[in-house]
Design a protein around this ligand. Structure first.
Ligand code: FES
Ligand SMILES: [Fe+2]
Length: 394
């Protein structure tokens, strides 16, 4: 292979990682999984929302009976957006000429046309379900669909003694560099040391970690060892879901389980969907925790881009604002889509290398018509992390 061909091949392999549309290999691979696309509470009965997921415009709506549905973003007739329409029962009527669609995307009424005309009209529709305060959709045709949904499930999200708080934000950069950040424990001691040092920084940043990565039935296990009593284990789930445990709101607060999904809306915009599972501390403290989340968790670093990048103005709250702001500065700072041809990787990037290899392996299997890995939830429960003795700032 000459140098030119080799460079073109490298570029192509990197590009493959960053595309989410239905024609791309990555897009086809991602369509074999469920993805969270909205905080469930943002959809009231009869409510609608336009969203983009995996490069497609979609409409989410909640039927009057409470069930969430996902259909195409635009009307089949003359292509106006459907989220401006009206929900009746479990169907959605277009605002423009009144065509009505059911949750399968089938047109059920085209009022000005001859009866029966509507039977031939159909738009996209995808299964939707709710879990842990989020709406998940499935945009592919994997016969493994239900087993694949189990990848999302964690006992902490189903424990009635936990407060469950779901959050969403959009970051204007490619999803894959955000997924890579989940497998990059070396960043923690630097990124989360800047600005005001919060509980997260104090708890995990005292020593640089020794890192180990291994493939599991669900994805990749990351073990960051910073000392005999400071071992941080996190299980990342294929293709875009990280589960970590972070310190609570105050020194006395229990640690919090957090799920974070990086879901491509488009190749240039990523939905960061999050769930916090917080052990209950009684009604009074729980109410304070909820109030704290209401006050700070709506923060999206992307809305403060210039202040963060040029003003070095860090937000007030250490865990709900500062931590994401720090990650945003590092990750968005790589560019809208990082140019991986210019990287210089080291041993600490072993997780990123493993991650890319898994994606390339799966895409290759798919291209060749071979069976891709049947990913399955890890049943064995581990405490994450083994809690450190290190002082946790409040
Ligand atoms: S554009 Fe929707 S009914 Fe005409
Ligand atoms: Fe981070």
């Amino acid at each position: 292979m000459n140098e030119l061909t080799r460079n073109a091949r490298i570029e192509q392999r990197f590009d493959e990682l960053t595309q989410c549309g239905p024609q791309s290999d990555m897009g086809r691979l991602l369509r074999r999984f469920w993805h969270p696309v909205a905080v469930a509470a943002t959809l009231k009965p009869g409510g609608t929302r336009p969203i983009a997921a995996l490069g497609e415009e979609l409409t989410l709506y909640r039927g009057e009976g409470g069930k969430v549905h996902c259909i195409g973003g635009r009307c089949a007739h003359r292509c106006t957006v459907l989220h401006t329409g009206e929900v009746t029962g479990d169907e959605l009527r277009c605002v423009y000429h009144g065509w009505k669609f059911n949750s399968e995307g089938q047109c059920t009424e085209a009022p000005v046309e001859a009866p029966g005309f509507e039977k031939n009209v159909k738009i996209a529709a995808y299964p939707a379900r709710e879990y842990a305060g989020l709406v998940f959709i499935f945009m592919g045709d994997n016969p493994d669909r239900d087993a694949i949904f189990d990848l999302q499930r964690k006992p902490e999200y189903e424990d009635p003694n936990n407060l469950i708080i779901a959050r969403e934000q959009n970051w204007p950069c490619n999803f894959f560099q955000q997924i890579e950040n989940s497998l990059d424990a070396a960043h923690v001691g630097f990124v989360h040391r800047t600005g005001k040092i919060g509980p997260f920084g104090a708890a995990v940043s005292d020593a640089l970690p020794k890192l180990a990565y291994s493939e599991t039935s669900a994805g990749i296990r990351q073990v960051a060892t910073r000392g005999p009593s400071n071992i941080r284990v996190s299980d990342w789930t294929f293709p875009n879901y990280n589960h970590i445990v972070t310190p609570g709101r105050t020194k006395e607060s229990p640690w919090v389980h957090r799920g974070v999904w990086n879901v491509p809306a488009t190749d240039r915009l990523t939905m960061k969907m999050g769930v916090y599972a917080i052990p209950s501390q009684g009604p009074e403290i729980d109410a304070q925790t909820r109030a704290h989340f209401d006050k700070y968790a709506g923060y999206n670093p992307a809305d403060h881009h210039d202040a963060l990048f040029y003003g070095r103005q860090w937000p007030e709250d250490p865990s709900l604002q500062l931590t994401p702001a720090q990650d945003y500065v590092a990750i968005r700072g790589q560019g809208e889509t990082v140019d991986r041809r210019n990287e210089y990787l080291g041993a600490s990037d072993a997780g990123i290398v493993l991650l890319r290899r898994l994606f390339w392996r799966e895409m290759q299997a798919m291209r060749e018509g071979r069976q891709t890995k049947r990913w399955r939830k890890i049943d064995e429960h581990i405490d994450m992390p083994i809690q450190t003795e290190a002082p946790v700032a409040g």
